[in-house]
Design a protein around this ligand. Sequence first.
Ligand SMILES: [Zn+2]
Length: 184
Amino acid sequence: MNAQVLVLNQNYEPLNVCNVKRALVMVITGKAEVLEQNGLVLHTIDDDYRAPSVIRLAALIKRPRPQVKLTRREVFIRDGYACQYCGVRTRDLTIDHVMPKSRNGPHTWENLVSACKTCNHRKGGKTAQEARMQLLREPFRPRAGAYYTIQRKLNQSLQEEWAKFIPGFEPLNSYSSLSYGGDD
Ligand SMILES: [Zn+2]
Protein backbone atom coordinates (compact mmCIF):
# COMPACT_ATOMS: atom_id res chain seq x y z
CA MET A 1 0.00 0.00 0.00
CA ASN A 2 2.97 2.29 0.32
CA ALA A 3 3.75 2.18 -3.37
CA GLN A 4 3.62 5.52 -5.10
CA VAL A 5 1.12 6.27 -7.81
CA LEU A 6 1.78 8.91 -10.43
CA VAL A 7 -1.19 11.24 -10.86
CA LEU A 8 -1.59 12.86 -14.26
CA ASN A 9 -3.80 15.81 -14.97
CA GLN A 10 -6.61 15.34 -17.47
CA ASN A 11 -4.21 16.73 -20.11
CA TYR A 12 -1.61 14.08 -19.15
CA GLU A 13 0.68 16.56 -17.40
CA PRO A 14 2.20 14.95 -14.29
CA LEU A 15 0.59 16.57 -11.26
CA ASN A 16 1.49 14.69 -8.18
CA VAL A 17 2.22 11.38 -6.57
CA CYS A 18 -0.04 9.73 -4.03
CA ASN A 19 -0.36 6.38 -2.31
CA VAL A 20 -2.25 3.42 -3.73
CA LYS A 21 -5.17 3.75 -1.35
CA ARG A 22 -5.86 7.33 -2.31
CA ALA A 23 -5.49 6.47 -5.98
CA LEU A 24 -7.98 3.63 -5.69
CA VAL A 25 -10.51 5.88 -3.98
CA MET A 26 -10.22 8.35 -6.85
CA VAL A 27 -10.67 5.57 -9.39
CA ILE A 28 -13.62 3.96 -7.61
CA THR A 29 -15.38 7.32 -7.23
CA GLY A 30 -14.88 8.09 -10.90
CA LYS A 31 -12.47 10.97 -10.37
CA ALA A 32 -9.63 9.21 -12.17
CA GLU A 33 -8.94 6.37 -14.57
CA VAL A 34 -6.14 3.83 -14.41
CA LEU A 35 -3.53 4.13 -17.15
CA GLU A 36 -0.92 1.72 -15.84
CA GLN A 37 -0.84 -1.02 -13.27
CA ASN A 38 2.18 -2.47 -11.60
CA GLY A 39 1.07 -6.01 -10.99
CA LEU A 40 0.44 -5.66 -7.28
CA VAL A 41 -2.90 -6.98 -6.14
CA LEU A 42 -4.73 -5.50 -3.20
CA HIS A 43 -7.12 -7.63 -1.21
CA THR A 44 -10.04 -5.93 0.45
CA ILE A 45 -13.05 -7.45 2.14
CA ASP A 46 -15.18 -7.12 -0.95
CA ASP A 47 -12.85 -7.58 -3.81
CA ASP A 48 -9.34 -7.81 -5.19
CA TYR A 49 -7.92 -4.83 -6.99
CA ARG A 50 -4.88 -4.56 -9.16
CA ALA A 51 -2.93 -1.63 -7.81
CA PRO A 52 -2.66 1.33 -10.16
CA SER A 53 0.74 2.78 -10.95
CA VAL A 54 -0.37 5.70 -13.10
CA ILE A 55 -3.78 7.35 -12.97
CA ARG A 56 -5.27 10.24 -14.91
CA LEU A 57 -7.77 12.71 -13.51
CA ALA A 58 -11.16 12.90 -15.21
CA ALA A 59 -11.26 16.68 -14.96
CA LEU A 60 -8.56 19.22 -15.71
CA ILE A 61 -7.10 20.83 -12.61
CA LYS A 62 -5.69 24.32 -12.88
CA ARG A 63 -3.16 25.40 -10.39
CA PRO A 64 -0.61 28.14 -10.16
CA ARG A 65 2.94 27.31 -11.11
CA PRO A 66 4.76 26.52 -7.86
CA GLN A 67 7.51 28.73 -6.52
CA VAL A 68 10.92 27.15 -6.27
CA LYS A 69 11.77 26.97 -2.58
CA LEU A 70 14.94 28.77 -1.59
CA THR A 71 17.14 26.03 -0.15
CA ARG A 72 20.82 25.17 -0.40
CA ARG A 73 20.04 22.31 -2.72
CA GLU A 74 17.90 24.44 -5.02
CA VAL A 75 20.67 27.04 -5.26
CA PHE A 76 23.10 24.26 -6.24
CA ILE A 77 20.64 22.94 -8.81
CA ARG A 78 20.09 26.42 -10.28
CA ASP A 79 23.85 26.83 -10.57
CA GLY A 80 24.34 23.41 -12.14
CA TYR A 81 26.49 22.32 -9.20
CA ALA A 82 29.19 24.71 -10.36
CA CYS A 83 31.06 27.26 -8.27
CA GLN A 84 29.86 30.62 -9.54
CA TYR A 85 33.30 32.17 -9.21
CA CYS A 86 35.75 29.63 -10.65
CA GLY A 87 33.29 27.34 -12.45
CA VAL A 88 34.48 24.09 -10.90
CA ARG A 89 31.76 21.44 -10.74
CA THR A 90 31.76 19.64 -7.45
CA ARG A 91 29.52 18.11 -4.82
CA ASP A 92 31.52 19.91 -2.19
CA LEU A 93 29.85 23.28 -2.50
CA THR A 94 29.02 26.00 -0.04
CA ILE A 95 26.55 28.86 -0.20
CA ASP A 96 28.05 32.30 -0.63
CA HIS A 97 26.28 35.56 0.13
CA VAL A 98 27.30 37.85 -2.75
CA MET A 99 26.80 40.86 -0.51
CA PRO A 100 28.17 39.43 2.73
CA LYS A 101 25.87 38.69 5.64
CA SER A 102 28.08 40.90 7.82
CA ARG A 103 26.98 43.80 5.62
CA ASN A 104 23.34 42.87 5.77
CA GLY A 105 23.38 40.96 2.51
CA PRO A 106 19.91 39.41 2.27
CA HIS A 107 19.02 35.72 2.10
CA THR A 108 17.50 35.91 -1.39
CA TRP A 109 17.88 34.14 -4.72
CA GLU A 110 19.59 37.25 -6.06
CA ASN A 111 22.19 37.30 -3.30
CA LEU A 112 23.04 33.61 -2.92
CA VAL A 113 25.35 31.59 -5.15
CA SER A 114 27.11 28.25 -5.06
CA ALA A 115 30.79 28.56 -4.26
CA CYS A 116 33.54 26.00 -3.82
CA LYS A 117 35.28 26.08 -0.47
CA THR A 118 38.39 27.68 -1.91
CA CYS A 119 36.48 30.56 -3.47
CA ASN A 120 34.25 31.04 -0.44
CA HIS A 121 37.27 31.20 1.80
CA ARG A 122 39.05 33.61 -0.50
CA LYS A 123 36.03 35.90 -0.71
CA GLY A 124 35.36 35.78 3.03
CA GLY A 125 33.52 38.87 4.26
CA LYS A 126 34.40 40.89 1.20
CA THR A 127 32.41 41.78 -1.87
CA ALA A 128 33.46 40.08 -5.07
CA GLN A 129 35.00 43.30 -6.28
CA GLU A 130 37.04 43.76 -3.13
CA ALA A 131 38.22 40.18 -3.37
CA ARG A 132 38.99 40.66 -7.08
CA MET A 133 36.63 37.91 -8.02
CA GLN A 134 33.90 37.85 -10.58
CA LEU A 135 30.58 36.07 -10.75
CA LEU A 136 30.12 33.88 -13.82
CA ARG A 137 26.53 35.11 -14.07
CA GLU A 138 24.09 37.16 -12.07
CA PRO A 139 22.12 35.02 -9.62
CA PHE A 140 18.38 34.91 -10.28
CA ARG A 141 15.15 33.44 -8.99
CA PRO A 142 14.49 30.29 -11.05
CA ARG A 143 11.08 29.60 -12.50
CA ALA A 144 9.57 26.25 -11.77
CA GLY A 145 9.15 24.18 -14.90
CA ALA A 146 6.16 21.96 -15.59
CA TYR A 147 7.82 19.04 -13.88
CA TYR A 148 9.23 20.88 -10.88
CA THR A 149 6.83 19.46 -8.31
CA ILE A 150 6.90 15.96 -9.60
CA GLN A 151 10.66 15.80 -9.92
CA ARG A 152 11.07 16.76 -6.29
CA LYS A 153 8.48 14.32 -5.05
CA LEU A 154 9.85 11.35 -6.92
CA ASN A 155 12.93 11.23 -4.81
CA GLN A 156 14.83 9.48 -7.59
CA SER A 157 12.59 6.44 -7.51
CA LEU A 158 11.24 6.64 -10.99
CA GLN A 159 9.08 3.65 -11.73
CA GLU A 160 9.44 2.08 -15.09
CA GLU A 161 5.81 2.55 -16.11
CA TRP A 162 6.07 6.28 -15.34
CA ALA A 163 8.90 7.21 -17.66
CA LYS A 164 6.81 7.78 -20.77
CA PHE A 165 4.61 10.25 -18.89
CA ILE A 166 7.50 12.36 -17.64
CA PRO A 167 9.55 13.48 -20.63
CA GLY A 168 13.05 14.63 -19.80
CA PHE A 169 12.99 13.20 -16.32
CA GLU A 170 16.38 13.35 -14.70
CA PRO A 171 17.20 11.99 -11.27
CA LEU A 172 17.94 14.89 -8.93
CA ASN A 173 21.28 13.51 -8.00
CA SER A 174 22.65 13.75 -11.48
CA TYR A 175 25.13 16.51 -12.16
CA SER A 176 23.20 17.89 -15.07
CA SER A 177 21.36 21.06 -14.27
CA LEU A 178 17.60 20.88 -14.38
CA SER A 179 15.80 23.24 -16.65
CA TYR A 180 13.35 25.44 -14.86
CA GLY A 181 11.57 27.29 -17.58
CA GLY A 182 12.38 25.70 -20.88
CA ASP A 183 9.61 23.16 -20.99
CA ASP A 184 6.55 25.35 -21.07
ZN1 LIG B 1 35.43 28.19 -6.89
